[in-house]
Write a protein that binds this ligand. Structure first.
Ligand SMILES: [Zn+2]
Length: 348
């Protein structure tokens, strides 16, 4: 079973899907529409504009590409249409998957597309908009899963990039209400500055309050920071870690991951694009082995993910081919994916 276990909704909007929605809703953002020539752009043009150009340790290019990928989040209806296309496209290249959504960023984007300033919007109105967006995503998932016959999970992602704590925290009841339709919680996003992977106290407290209804927890860690970031993630009692490849810097961290049975969600193409220098250093420390291989050798459970396939110009089959080319043990990858899938309440 080919299970993509680390994939983001907003990085899964293909140029094809974005253009279809742009035409349907008459969107004329320059990403989709050439005003001078009065025509919608070709798929290849849009794909080129929103794909990360090449490897760089500076995440600015990636952040810009992700904000382009959100350009069609102009309404709840648009979110629903784009989500449906993303679920269908992920189903076409996998046997099942988990997609994570950053609900705050999504609702925030819809608001600004409508020309509204967050500071002018009461928290209750923001929460109502987010509730509609989340419901649209989950309805799209249900319809796509029925149509394809493939299992699809949705994980709620809390972003580290919060510009209004009040609006952010107003999402708690929204998520509580939909908990039965979600697979777990995640902390995601990178913050500019010296500590790109912080664990803000109020967000961690929010996650803790929701663990009664959403116990499965993953955190993005050990990607833009070193093994100490993974160690901090472990202290929150996670089931899995997004990326976490920097843990191969530290034998004690590898031992702790193996002992606690925590799964690392490894995204090879993403790491090659976003942390090329760190990746080289991690390889050097393990005789040229890719961190995925080093993790497997140290008995750490590891699964594969495509992360943001459209923005990174990859696909789940590509990630699988990369893992194979790096010499990963594919049977163990499969076994670890099945193990994680069962932890998430799925059968296989
Ligand atoms: Zn991620």
């Amino acid at each position: 079973m080919r299970l993509d276990l680390h994939r983001h909704l907003e990085g899964s909007h293909s140029a094809k899907a974005l253009l279809r929605v742009a035409r349907e809703l008459g969107l004329t953002d320059p990403l989709f529409y050439d005003a001078q020539e009065r025509r919608y752009r070709a798929e290849a043009e849009v794909a080129r504009a929103m794909t990360v150009a090449g490897p760089s340790d500076d995440p600015a290019g990636f952040v810009a590409a992700i904000s382009l990928a959100r350009k069609a989040y102009v309404s709840v209806r648009a979110v629903g249409l784009l989500a449906r296309a993303a679920f269908d496209e992920a189903a076409a290249e996998t046997d099942g998957f988990e997609l994570r959504i950053s609900l705050y960023s999504m609702a925030r984007t819809v608001l600004s597309a409508q020309g509204r300033r967050l500071s002018d919007v009461p928290e209750a109105d923001f929460a109502a908009l987010a509730a509609q967006a989340l419901d649209a995503v989950l309805a799209a998932r249900d319809a796509a899963a029925t149509a394809s016959g493939k299992p699809m999970l949705v994980r709620l992602g809390w972003t580290r990039n919060v510009d209004s704590r009040g609006h952010f925290l107003s999402l708690e009841p929204v998520v509580r209400e939909q908990a039965a339709r979600l697979s777990g919680q995640d902390l995601l996003g990178i913050v500019p500055g010296a500590s790109p992977e912080p664990y803000p106290e109020d967000i961690m407290a929010l996650i803790e309050r929701l663990r009664g209804v959403l116990p499965d927890l993953t955190l993005h860690a050990g990607e833009f920071e070193g093994a100490a970031s993974v160690e901090r993630a472990l202290s929150f009692g996670v089931q899995a870690i997004g990326h976490g490849v920097a843990s191969v810097e530290s034998r004690p961290v590898l031992d702790a991951l193996a002992q606690r049975g925590v799964t690392l969600e490894v995204c090879p193409h993403s790491n090659a694009l976003l942390i090329p220098s760190r990746l080289s250093a991690l390889r050097e420390a393990h005789h040229g082995q890719h961190p995925l291989v080093a993790l497997q050798r140290h008995h750490v459970h590891a699964v594969l993910g495509s992360d943001d396939p459209s923005v990174m110009g990859t696909s789940f089959p590509d990630e699988w081919a990369r893992a194979q080319a790096e010499g990963a043990d594919l049977d163990r990858l499969q076994a670890d994916a099945r193990r994680r899938w069962r932890q998430l309440g799925q059968t296989c």
